[in-house]
Design a protein around this ligand. Structure first.
Ligand code: MLC
Ligand code: AMP
Length: 445
């Protein structure tokens, strides 16, 4: 995974730049070597994944030593942080960039766990997704081919370093291809415009903010490729970007459990609303009812996860009987094999700003508040965030902003409801289950 650090791509002083600080590959490798020497033999390590060189060094150190790395969202509150630490058994490490060591330990086996990324399901607390070095390498090589991504590129993004998009593609991808990395700290239009990259990554919220800032968008014209993912890129944003930058952005589709599996190609035809074709080694199928063309997207291939940490039943439930991974996304495949993601099977999995958020986790957090007696959380269409989290609650003696702060401080800031609506009771079906489609103003199916 760390081809660049093995010296394959020479030694630029500014090979990696994060929020204004730079390091060469040599410096990164030496500092990571010191981390590896410290952590070798541990069952797992946790890294508070701020957007910083320290995070890169900690992750690389874990990978060198063959110790699974668990990134912690830096904005997570005590409930979420304690859950991740307890569930993974990992202890947080501190990094000192000035330490140097040559790590001489054995190279980890490709099938060993390399990363454990926590991600939300429809109910309950987040689960740890175990990713092997082999899966990460297979995905990055497939993407390098699809996007003609090489050491000639300068990759620019400002995404969080605790998810697949920012960490696997955005950091390990740069270290595997040898492309220079500029991480802008935050993914603001102004910072993207200033970075002068050839390859840009963003979630749709980032692209829509860039499209709303014509001057920043125009500064991306000299780039080679703009890539969007983690949620659906709205067609009007695609068109605005094309108009302002001259580029038709490439969309790609993925999940924490599968890594990126379907993508448009550099130099290929891209159509708004589509996510391209399966990457080399990936097979997809649509589980549609008799006569229907859309249905659940299922897939197999070398990029799939090794399971949910410590949850064999949940892992088994994620697969069909004949061994295909069930994405939970509803998709269709055009005649030329191009995939379209048309929605999600469950209303209880929300995508907001590209973050995957389980309604059940937010409901449980709200119910922990002493004034809340009932709660139902939904994702409402939002022009900026794709979906915004709206909480319907039955409560007295507490305000909406207080409940928002309560969730932000217990879980993660990005999981906070953007809106709290107080209701006298929740609409429920005969089984007592909240009827969320009614809350969304849709009819119950
Ligand atoms: C507001 N804030 C609060 C608050 N209200 N803080 C605490 N309590 C409250 N009640 C403050 C925060 O501190 C923060 O301040 C500021 O609000 C912004 O919060 P935010 O939620 O981060 O901002 P927002 O503008 O909504 O962010 C948009 C965004 C973000 C696009 C930058 O959503 C984002 O980074 N998304 C990327 C998600 C991602 O990478 N997903 C990939 C998943 S992997 P301050 O000062 O800190 O700004 C995947 C696979 C694949 O999906 O296919 O890629
Ligand atoms: P996560 O586990 O955070 O990576 O979220 C995975 C989910 O993001 C998928 O199941 C999809 O619902 C969604 N997703 C990722 N990329 C796209 C895309 N290009 N278009 C639509 N949805 C996407």
């Amino acid at each position: 995974m760390l081809t660049a650090l093995e010296g394959a791509y020479g030694d630029r002083k500014d090979a990696v730049e994060i929020a204004g600080r730079t390091a060469s590959y040599e410096e990164l490798l030496a500092a990571a070597g010191a981390v590896a020497a410290d952590v070798a033999g541990r069952p797992a390590v946790a890294v508070t994944a701020t957007a910083s060189l320290e995070t890169v060094v900690a992750v690389v150190g874990g990978l060198l030593a063959g110790v699974p790395v668990v990134p912690l969202p830096p904005d997570s509150g005590p409930a979420e942080r304690e859950h991740i630490l307890r569930d993974s058994g990992a202890h947080p490490i501190d990094v000192d960039l000035t330490r140097r060591a040559d790590f001489g330990g054995p190279a980890p086996a490709p099938e060993d766990p390399a990363l454990v990324l926590y991600t939300s399901g429809t109910t309950g607390a987040p689960k740890g997704v175990v990713l092997t070095g082999a899966a990460l390498a297979a995905d990055l090589d497939a993407l390098a081919e699809a996007w003609q991504w090489s050491a000639e590129d300068t990759l620019v993004h400002g995404l969080p370093l605790f998810h697949v998009h920012g960490l696997v593609l955005g950091v390990l991808g740069a270290l595997r291809t040898g492309s220079r990395l500029v991480h802008t700290g935050r993914p603001t239009p102004g910072a993207y415009a200033k970075a002068g990259g050839s390859l840009y990554f963003g979630v749709p919220t980032v692209w829509s903010r860039i499209a709303a800032d014509p001057q920043a968008a125009a500064a991306l014209a000299p780039a080679r490729l703009l890539v969007s993912g983690s949620a659906a890129l709205p067609a009007p944003v695609f068109r605005d970007l094309e108009h302002l930058t001259g580029h038709r952005p490439v969309e790609r589709y993925g999940m924490t459990e599968t890594l990126i599996t379907v993508s448009g190609r550099a130099g290929g035809e891209v159509r708004p609303g589509t996510v391209g074709t399966p990457l080399p080694g990936i097979r997809t199928r649509i589980a549609a009812e008799e006569g229907a063309e859309i249905g659940e997207l299922q897939l197999t291939g070398p990029t799939l996860f090794a399971g949910y940490l410590g949850r064999p039943e949940a892992t088994a439930a994620a697969y069909t009987e004949d061994g295909w991974f069930r994405t939970g996304d509803i998709a269709a495949v055009d005649e030329d094999g191009v995939h379209r993601i048309v929605g999600r099977a469950s209303v209880d999995l929300i995508k907001s700003g590209g973050y995957r958020i389980g309604a059940g986790e937010i409901e449980n957090a709200l119910l922990d508040h002493p004034k809340v007696t009932e709660a139902a959380v939904v994702g409402v269409p939002d022009a900026d965030l794709g979906q915004r989290i709206v909480a319907f609650v039955v409560a007295e003696g507490v305000t909406g902003p207080e409940l928002t702060d309560f969730v932000a401080s217990h879980l993660s800031v990005h999981k906070r409801p953007r809106e709290v609506r107080f209701v006298a009771s929740l609409p429920r079906n005969a089984m007592g289950k909240p009827q969320k489609r009614l809350l969304l103003g849709e009819s119950e199916r």
